[in-house]
Design a protein around this ligand. Structure first.
Ligand code: ADP
Ligand code: MG
Length: 374
């Protein structure tokens, strides 16, 4: 059961991602809490980048569930459980045909239907359609419940629109109502999509979701035709509608923290790789994200510049920022992260605190991997 105040910042359940025949992620499970610094390591091509890209929906997962700050970003539990039910029904038919005992299958079906119901129920909770402390199961079948919630949400939207008109005619502030409507609309989209078995956030909500997730790439991805300052203020002013002066002050303050205040008016081409990457970090910080995902942030750097970027990341970690860092820098993983995970063959093969992870690796494939990189 999810308690709002204790829920992880990011909950990933049975995340799968196929590219055609290539099953890259085969069921990744992890809860990332606020303030966690998770180092992600694993062999090239094992799906580390794909994992990060799924978290902010740059890739749409094939199945599984991603919940961010209690908001369902993607969810497709039913396919998995329903497929199992189908499979067992088929086995049962075959067994019957052969005149075998089918009791075992009947029991399995009962269990799987319970699982399906529990998942639906959990989903209603995640959507906050039922109170967390409301322990009684709702009456009736789940689809009927979704239908009922949809109808109620529609009515609420109508009522809120009415309130807006009244508030407007009185010259009152309508912002809270507008926010309320957006929330209701996103609930409605989720309720509707859940009927089809997959719940995904609406486009608008995906964009909002992405604003809360910073991303720092190996190749910096700064806009070459814009100054450093413009690179940093672009998203806050355009997406968050931050006043220009405020965005500029924020940008200069952040640049100062990474020792680059005097480069604000330069273009990226005038900067070294290490400086560009520090700017890229500042750019994501300027959006005041809840978490920053780093995809091999130091891999493209000359060795003498790795340190300055890692230093900035270390400071960031100390400040309490939640970070997920795909890295080959084992020193960083060991010293700065509080959790290290090893992705291999599409799953998290091992997770531990850094000390035990590196000193007492359990999985043979991790032992082998570490022997090559350490
Ligand atoms: P890593 O970051 O661990 O090196 P990736 O996540 O980049 O691995 O890639 C994992 C696998 O997924 C690779 O086999 C890669 O070829 C494949 N892959 C990644 N992105 C795509 C894509 N957009 N289309 C098809 N295949 C992809
Ligand atoms: Mg990668």
């Amino acid at each position: 059961m999810i308690e709002n105040n204790q829920a992880p910042l990011i909950r990933v359940k049975e995340l799968k991602k196929d590219f055609g025949e290539n099953k890259v992620l085969r069921g990744v499970n992890i809860d990332i809490n606020k303030g966690d610094v998770v180092a992600v390591i694993g062999p090239s091509g094992c799906g580390k980048s794909t994992f990060l890209r799924c978290l902010n929906l740059l890739e749409e997962p094939t199945s599984g569930e991603i919940v961010f700050n209690n908001n369902v970003i993607f969810r497709d539990h039913k396919t998995a459980t329903k497929n199992k039910i189908k499979q067992v029904k088929k086995q049962m038919r075959e067994a019957k045909h052969k005149g075998e005992n089918v009791e075992e299958y009947k029991e399995k079906l009962i269990m799987l239907n319970d699982v399906l119901e529990a998942e639906n129920w959990e989903f209603l909770r995640t959507l906050r359609l039922v109170d967390n402390d409301e322990m009684e199961k709702p009456q009736g079948d789940v689809n009927a419940i979704f239908k009922k919630y949809q109808a109620e949400t529609k009515v609420k939207i109508k009522e809120t629109k009415k309130q807006i008109r009244i508030a407007e005619s009185k010259g009152e502030d309508i912002t809270p109502y507008k926010e309320q409507i957006e929330k209701l609309k996103s609930d409605y989209v989720l309720q509707k999509s859940e009927e089809r078995g997959i719940a995904r956030a609406s486009k608008k909500n995906i964009n909002k979701h992405r604003q809360k997730i910073g991303m720092v790439f190996q190749q910096f991805n700064l806009f070459p035709h814009m100054t450093i300052l413009k690179n940093i203020t672009l998203a806050p002013t355009k997406l968050k509608k931050m006043p220009k002066a405020q965005a500029k002050a924020l940008a200069l303050d952040l640049l100062d923290k990474v020792g680059l205040k005097d480069r604000a008016n330069d273009y990226p081409s005038a900067l070294s790789g290490g400086q560009k990457q520090r700017v890229a970090i500042v750019r994501s910080l300027a959006m005041e994200p809840d978490v920053i995902l780093f995809d091999e942030p130091t891999s493209a750097l000359d060795p003498e510049m790795v340190g300055e970027v890692l230093n900035v990341m270390t400071e960031l970690a100390k400040s309490g920022m939640t970070m997920v860092v795909v890295t080959h820098e084992m020193g960083f993983a060991r010293e700065v992260a509080n959790r290290v995970i090893f992705i291999d063959e599409g799953v998290i093969k091992e997770e531990n605190n850094p000390k035990d992870f590196f000193e007492y690796p359990q999985n043979p494939r991790l032992v082998d991997f570490l022997s090559k990189v350490l």
